[in-house]
Design a protein around this ligand. Structure first.
Ligand code: TXA
Ligand code: MG
Length: 324
């Protein structure tokens, strides 16, 4: 491992270089439409183990494997008709499917963290697509941040969080969606949302033509969570978060949403979306929390965000970020 990660632009030569680094078993952080991913060749045990080490991630928390083409999954997972329908409707895009591993799946067992399942996704970001295509291997990639911390939506966030632990970072600017993919699993017969994310539940229900349950997100330490990544504290800024605040008190910074002229207080104020648009708020969420952390504030009051559409994913991240 090096001590200063190589920052690459997204020109064809840099992408070719990053792709060959992946094939050599190195770790390359790259932009996706949701957040930056910390990528490694998913078929290489040592490279996948290096992801866990770089993030300080518990080995029981499995990884998402990324592909550039839907056909690349035929030898990795076992499809069912509904999963296929959802994939074809949404991909490329912010959706992850958890399905049984194919009997001859070449992906490292470490990426499945001891389960018989694999999480798979086809991202829409052109840089992610070009990189995976050129690498010619499925790419395992969790969010490119130290375990439990804020997710990265800019290359600089990756450099700060994983300093020295990643071989290269491809700078593709800011991520457009800003919250991670929606994770849908078929492990208990019916489809179930394990993590709310960039594709709203209503859209998934419309495509499948049936209601889709959201897994109980509050699984404790001793009851196994449906998605092992759903630990109670996650996505956490350094500052303490106070949610659904109607004003800021004392030394609190303030993260507002929508019209905020009459909202009082805030040593430092940032507005997630002055027009009250949850898409804009999702795209700004992690970047603004990073900015407040960088400014050294110790407490952040956050105004209520509507619990609908992408607001559900935003509130999920905020609730987990508020757990100490
Ligand atoms: O948008 C995203 O999904 C980003 C970009 C980089 O693709 N990736 C991402 O990865 O958020 P990560 O590792 O930070 O979160 C993956 C989530 C975790 O909650 C993990 O527990 C869950 O997906 N997961 C992965 N594999 C799983 C499996 N086999 N069964 C159940 N849950 C799984
Ligand atoms: Mg993550």
């Amino acid at each position: 491992m090096n001590h200063s990660s190589l920052i690459l632009q997204c020109d064809p030569e840099s992408l070719a270089r990053a792709a060959s680094m992946l094939r050599e078993g190195k770790l390359v952080a790259f932009p996706t439409e949701t957040v930056y991913g910390l990528g490694a060749d998913a078929t290489n045990d040592r490279a996948v183990a290096a992801i866990y080490a770089a993030k300080g991630r518990p080995q029981f928390n499995p990884l998402i494997v990324h592909v550039a083409k839907i056909e690349a999954l035929d030898s990795l997972i076992v499809w069912n008709a509904a999963a296929r329908m959802l994939a074809e409707a949404v991909w490329p895009g912010p959706l992850t499917l958890v399905l049984p591993r194919h009997p001859h799946c070449p992906v490292s067992r470490l990426a499945s963290a001891g389960t018989e399942t694999l999480a798979v996704r086809m991202p829409s970001h052109p840089v992610a697509q070009a990189l995976i295509e050129r690498a010619g291997v499925p790419v395992a990639a969790p969010s490119a941040n130290a375990s439990g911390k804020l997710s990265p939506t800019e290359a600089a966030h990756v450099a700060e969080s994983l300093v020295g632990a990643v071989d290269a970072i491809i700078d593709g600017g800011r991520c457009a969606v800003g919250v991670e993919s929606t994770v849908v699993s078929w492990l208990r017969h019916a489809p179930e949302i394990l993590r709310p994310g960039g594709v709203p539940r209503e859209q998934i229900e419309k495509i499948l033509g049936r209601p889709v349950a959201v897994a109980e997100l509050s699984a404790g330490e001793d009851s196994p969570a449906p998605s092992p990544g759903l630990l109670s504290s996650h996505y956490a800024p350094r500052a303490a978060l106070r949610l659904n605040a109607l004003f800021a008190e004392g030394d609190e910074a303030l993260l507002t949403f929508g019209e905020d002229m009459h909202v009082k207080g805030g040593t430092l104020r940032l507005n997630l979306s002055p027009s009250g648009d949850v898409h804009e708020a999702a795209a700004n969420l992690f970047a603004m929390l990073h900015r407040l952390d960088a400014a050294g504030v110790s407490r952040i009051a956050v105004m209520p965000i509507p619990e609908e559409g992408l607001g559900i994913a935003i509130n999920d991240r905020l609730r987990r970020g508020a757990v100490r």
